[in-house]
Design a protein around this ligand. Structure first.
Ligand SMILES: [Zn+2]
Length: 295
């Protein structure tokens, strides 16, 4: 039986998980924290640790940012400080096996498609709410790539003028006001304290939650109008708390989406692969990559 290593690069940590070829984890996933500028070092540390825990025959990587069409380089990742980083060569030289790259939201959507909340959906929109906003589109049993592999890349779409400057250097990006980080920054509390306050119906906390939901809906509504998905899957660590906001989000989207009075809005559901969707999907990417290479 072969073993595959999945890597999920995030804005504040990099997750690693080994998986067998039937899609089952073969060890305990682990993560290496970083603060952006040291993320390349964190990646290297994690790779060496993974090699002490297993013998992968291929590596799959899910990365944020803009990726080269040939899926070899991260051209630009704002939260990591990566610019034209040859990540596939970097990883495969350390591990000594082939490596495959795709967007972080794309690999997470692949996990939800094969193992999670998108299995029975004809179409779905996957949103990963974390340091930024990842987004990907599932249509006809596939994760949509687009002409440049950038389909669904909506986190840096402008939703208003004169908002604070985004990590990408522009102003008005959706993720500056609607990511999980934006919510926690607005609350000025730890995530656990803020979610506890919402669960206790604290009035101040719910005002902040509604403000954030409104920003989330403002960016999401055009995507719903464009794609008319059957299901919207909420991923990222915040999905554990999605019961706090999915109803509010459906109501907010209903108020903005023309036609919602007649046909409603999609189902809003939490990701089933949870916080591990990225690493599981990255390992699936490696399995698919090796299967294609063998043909
Ligand atoms: Zn931006």
């Amino acid at each position: 039986m072969s073993e595959y290593l999945g890597i999920d690069v995030g804005g504040s940590s990099i997750k690693f998980s080994l998986m067998d070829d039937s899609g089952q984890p073969t060890g305990q996933p682990f993560s290496i924290a970083h603060s952006g500028h040291d993320s390349r070092g964190a990646l290297e540390v994690g790779l060496h640790r993974a090699l002490t825990e297993g013998t992968p025959s291929a590596v799959g990587i899910g990365s944020p940012g803009y990726l080269s069409v040939d899926r070899k380089h991260v051209l630009f990742a704002a939260n990591l400080g990566w610019s034209n980083f040859p990540i596939v060569d970097f990883v495969s030289q350390i591990v000594g096996v082939p490596a495959f790259l795709d967007g972080d939201a794309q690999v997470a959507a692949l996990a939800e498609l094969r193992l999670g909340a998108a299995r029975q959906a004809k179409s779905a929109l996957y949103l990963s709410l974390g340091t930024g906003i990842g987004c990907s589109v599932i249509v006809g049993g596939k994760v949509l790539a687009g002409a440049h592999g950038m389909a669904g890349n909506a986190g840096h779409s402008p939703v208003a003028r004169n908002l604070k400057t985004c990590a990408c250097g522009k102003s008005g990006c959706w993720e500056t006001v609607a990511s999980a980080k934006a919510l926690i920054d607005m609350s000025e509390k730890s995530p656990l304290d803020f979610y506890a306050a919402c669960q206790q119906a604290d009035a101040d906390a719910l005002v902040i939650l509604d403000e954030w939901v409104e920003w989330l809906a403002l960016g999401l509504t055009p995507l719903l109008g464009l794609l008319d998905p059957q299901r919207v899957i909420i991923g990222g660590a915040i999905s554990e708390y999605s019961d706090l906001f999915v109803e509010r989000l459906a109501v907010a989207c209903s108020s903005h989406l023309l036609g919602a009075d007649y046909v409603g809005v999609p189902e809003f559901v939490p990701a089933q692969c949870g916080a591990h969707a990225g690493v599981l999907g990255a390992a699936l990417l490696a399995i698919d990559g090796m299967a294609r290479s063998a043909k």
